[in-house]
Design a protein around this ligand. Structure first.
Ligand code: ZN
Ligand code: ZN
Ligand code: ZN
Length: 374
């Protein structure tokens, strides 16, 4: 378990960052920012749970009375004061009043959690009509984007766990079974290897493989079908896994598939190898895109090359054209180029990588060569 000292240091850095942005209070409802700062994996409910962090004074974690045990069990009480509200209390007014007291007056600007529910945002607006609301994400982004060694360890364990699931694919994936049946087996295995939640399961066989965000369906897998399997979950410490391999189920795929898979494999490899401190996020995207374009499949690579990962499946830095963020040690993201031929099939290869002091480390390490499951 992460020590309270680590969370206290994060809170202090968040306060410093808020002050630099002229934000008087951070109001963080359940989500990755709240978990990052105090370690509490809070449920998003209509009852208000909110970590209120004033630029001066004491932060408080406001929770419904019935969530008190969960909040305390998370260890958050060692980091911030927990204040409970009962069913008939106005938790929004309580929170606003505490912040007014801490700041000796209404805040002029508050940072609202990026994914706070609209009804909650509007309640706070009504209670603090002269206060400007901005998103808090920018304040936390700089902290969260560079992972510490402990966080990278968390992602490394997540990577090893999801790789272990992929390594068992031959037990489940075969012609005659539906994508959904295979998906159910994968879901069981994802929790068996230590994830607390299954986040998503894509089993995209044959023509479904041409849809990058297909889930599963009742389609029966046929001999020779390429099958894109993209799976991920959240480990108990909050860090996420995300890994894609493309398989062929029983029998040989068509010639064109084998041809573009080889191009894709090369693109993924070169893109990974281009990662090191000092290069831009978009250059890593370009490394993959150029190889696929040169191979004649540029029009069929329809998404960015990758996304950051941590306490969220998708976070900064995005590996995409136009992102000139300079990569630094501790940044973690996916490298997942794909080629998708509508009506026919598709392929994607995805690993999570971390920028090291002098290069890159892949956190997913299982074989990327085309696996034909007999
Ligand atoms: Zn995605
Ligand atoms: Zn994925
Ligand atoms: Zn991904």
């Amino acid at each position: 378990m992460t020590s309270p000292d680590v969370f206290s240091a994060r809170l202090q850095r968040a306060v410093d960052s808020a002050r630099r942005s002229d934000i008087d209070v951070l109001l963080l409802t359940p989500g990755a920012d709240l978990r990052y700062l105090v370690g509490y994996d809070a449920l998003p409910l209509e009852r208000l749970t909110c970590l209120a962090v004033p630029a001066h004074g004491e932060p408080v974690l406001v929770v419904p009375l019935l969530e008190r045990f969960a909040a305390e069990a998370s260890g958050a009480g060692a980091v911030v004061k927990i204040v409970t509200h009962e069913e008939t209390d106005d938790a929004f007014a309580m929170t606003a009043a505490m912040m007014r007291d801490a700041l000796n007056g209404a805040p002029s600007r508050v940072g609202i959690a990026d994914r706070m529910w609209a009804e909650q945002v509007l309640r706070f607006r009504t209670l603090m009509p002269d206060t400007e609301q901005v998103t808090a994400g920018g304040v936390l982004r700089d902290l969260r984007v560079r992972k510490t060694a402990d966080e990278v360890d968390g992602l490394r364990r997540a990577g090893a766990a999801i790789d272990a699931v992929h390594s068992r694919m031959g037990e489940w994936l075969r012609p005659g079974r539906t994508e959904s049946e295979v998906g159910r087996d994968i879901a069981q295995a994802i929790t068996d290897v230590g994830h607390a939640h299954v986040n998503f399961i894509i089993v995209a066989s044959g023509p479904n493989g041409a849809s990058p965000h297909h889930h599963t369906s009742d389609r029966v897998i046929e001999p020779g079908d390429p099958v894109v399997v993209d799976i991920g979950g959240t480990m108990r410490d909050g860090y996420c896994s995300d890994c894609t391999r493309t398989y062929v189920a029983g029998g040989a795929p068509d010639d064109e598939f084998a041809r573009y898979y080889a191009i894709l494999l090369d693109a993924q490899k070169q893109s990974c190898e281009s990662v090191r401190p000092g290069v831009t996020a978009e250059s890593v995207d370009a490394a993959a895109r150029e190889i696929i374009a040169t191979g004649g499949y540029g029009d069929f690579f329809v998404h960015r090359t990758g996304h950051g990962i941590g306490l969220e499946e998708h976070e900064e830095p995005y590996i995409v054209v136009g992102n000139d963020t300079v990569l630094e040690p501790g940044m973690c993201f996916s490298i997942e180029p794909g080629i998708y031929l509508p009506g026919r099939h598709g392929a994607r290869i995805e690993d999570i990588v971390v920028v090291t002091d002098d290069g890159v480390e892949r956190l997913d390490t299982i074989d990327r060569d085309l696996v034909v499951i007999a």
